[in-house]
Design a protein around this ligand. Structure first.
Ligand code: PLP
Length: 415
């Protein structure tokens, strides 16, 4: 059973109607289901049972403290890309010793903070970054654990903006540079070689590219072993896709079974960094129709959510299902679902057949991943409230922003 379903013509989140949530918390409002979050994470745990494995939730997909809290309580590790995300993990009682630090541009301060927090591993993406980490760790009289993010040069067959495993993008270390870099790392007094990692892209809907990447990384591990460089852990990144429309991605269980089968009986600790697949379909964006503006060529439904709340349609031309919160009898018309922001790219969906009236509520589905975490204050729009449903209860997990707070850090010029 899905966490979001109709009951008597009313769209519900677990035991609550979305209508009651809109009345209590206003719109636009992100609504998450605790049950859906837990179900996804438990599928990962089940798929890893009997293996030496660590599932590190990729915080950037949805970094709300309540979401991190749900995963931390289930024993999750975390994959972070900034000291801000590290602070969130610590605040949510996540375990730094199960935390990986990814990203191409770590600053010295970030390295220092992460070493002080005792994180599990730095995923290194360049020779220059390795040198900086070595210097920082030595200045702290310690050795920093590292893994190199190798770029296996496989085509993830996903949107170019979220494909990261090809030779010509900014991520990772070219396959042929990996061996020399590991050799160098082995000589650095501030570095301890811990693992190897890859992450080839996001919203992958086939296992093929994951397997291809795994094979290349395993070949590297073997080449390193020949040189006496031992790898403790293999981090296979994130990237497993979800169904937004008609995609048929492998289930979490099938994805893990395929990869573990390929790994065979190798003595490696395995890590994963799933983001989207754990949160994407566990959240929706609740919005109200402000105006209907029927036209000659197109009919516009102007809603109170916009590209600043959910950027994916504007950024990737992403498709999100849009459902009426209350099903109405009557004729459907095709609507352009647009926000109030002054950009033609400010749309949430094109050409959606809906029977709606002004004042109706709509649910933008599959908005739990890269929704709120990519939101902005463009047009000086306060960010939406976020709530988490847990059975019949609803918890406010981030209050709607106040307008004054949006410019509280700004200053007028001296008189
Ligand atoms: C974004 C990212 C992830 C998570 O990707 P999803 O597609 O959301 O699973 C994992 N690892 C790294 C290094 C990332 O940049």
């Amino acid at each position: 059973m899905s966490a979001f379903a109709y009951r008597d013509g009313e769209l519900c989140a677990e035991g609550r109607t979305l209508d009651s949530i809109a009345r209590e918390f206003g719109t636009p409002c992100y609504v998450y289901s605790r049950a859906a979050l837990e179900t996804g994470f438990r599928e990962f745990l089940a798929g890893c049972s009997g293996r030496d494995a660590l599932v590190c939730y990729a915080v950037k997909a949805n970094s709300n403290l309540a979401v991190l809290d749900v995963f931390a309580r289930l024993g999750a590790g975390f994959d972070i890309v900034s000291e801000g995300e590290l602070a969130r993990v610590i605040k949510a009682d996540g375990d730094p010793k199960k935390t990986l630090f990814s990203g191409v541009g770590k600053t010295e301060t970030e390295m220092r903070r992460a070493i002080a927090a005792g994180i599990r591993c730095f995923n290194i993406e360049s020779a220059a970054e390795l040198d900086r980490l070595d210097a920082v760790a030595r200045s702290m009289n310690t050795r920093a654990p590292v893994s190199f993010r190798v770029n296996p040069d496989v085509d993830a067959k996903t949107h170019p903006y979220i494909s990261t495993g090809l030779r010509d993008n900014k991520f990772g270390i070219a396959h042929e540079d990996a061996l020399p870099l590991y050799r160098r790392a082995a000589t650095l007094p501030g570095i301890r070689i811990a693992g190897i990692d890859c992450h080839i892209g996001s919203q992958l809907t086939e296992t093929g590219p994951f397997v291809e990447a795994l094979d290349r990384v395993l070949a590297l591990i073997d080449a390193l072993a020949v040189e006496g460089i031992a790898i403790e852990h293999l981090d296979l990144g994130g990237g497993l896709g979800i169904r937004y429309r008609d995609e048929v991605p492998p289930s979490i269980g099938d994805y893990l079974a395929t990869l573990f089968k390929r790994l065979g009986s190798r003595k490696l600790s395995v890590m994963f960094e799933p983001g989207r697949v754990l949160v994407g379909n566990a959240g929706l964006l609740l919005t109200k129709i402000e105006y209907l503006k029927p036209g000659e060529a197109k009919n516009f439904a102007i809603v109170d959510a916009a590209m600043n709340d959910l950027m994916r349609p504007a950024l990737y031309d992403a498709w999100h299902d849009i459902l009426p919160v209350r099903q109405r009898a009557g004729e459907s018309h095709a609507w352009e679902i647009v926000g109030p922001v002054c950009e033609s790219g400010d749309f949430l969906g094109h050409d959606r057949p809906l029977a709606v009236q002004a004042g109706d509520l709509l649910a933008i589905m599959s908005a739990g991943a890269y929704g709120m975490s990519m939101s902005s204050n463009y047009n000086t729009r306060p960010r939406a409230a976020e709530v988490m449903v847990d059975g019949d209860s609803v918890h406010l997990v981030r209050e709607r922003e106040h307008i004054e707070a949006l410019f509280s850090g700004e200053r007028r010029l001296p008189a």
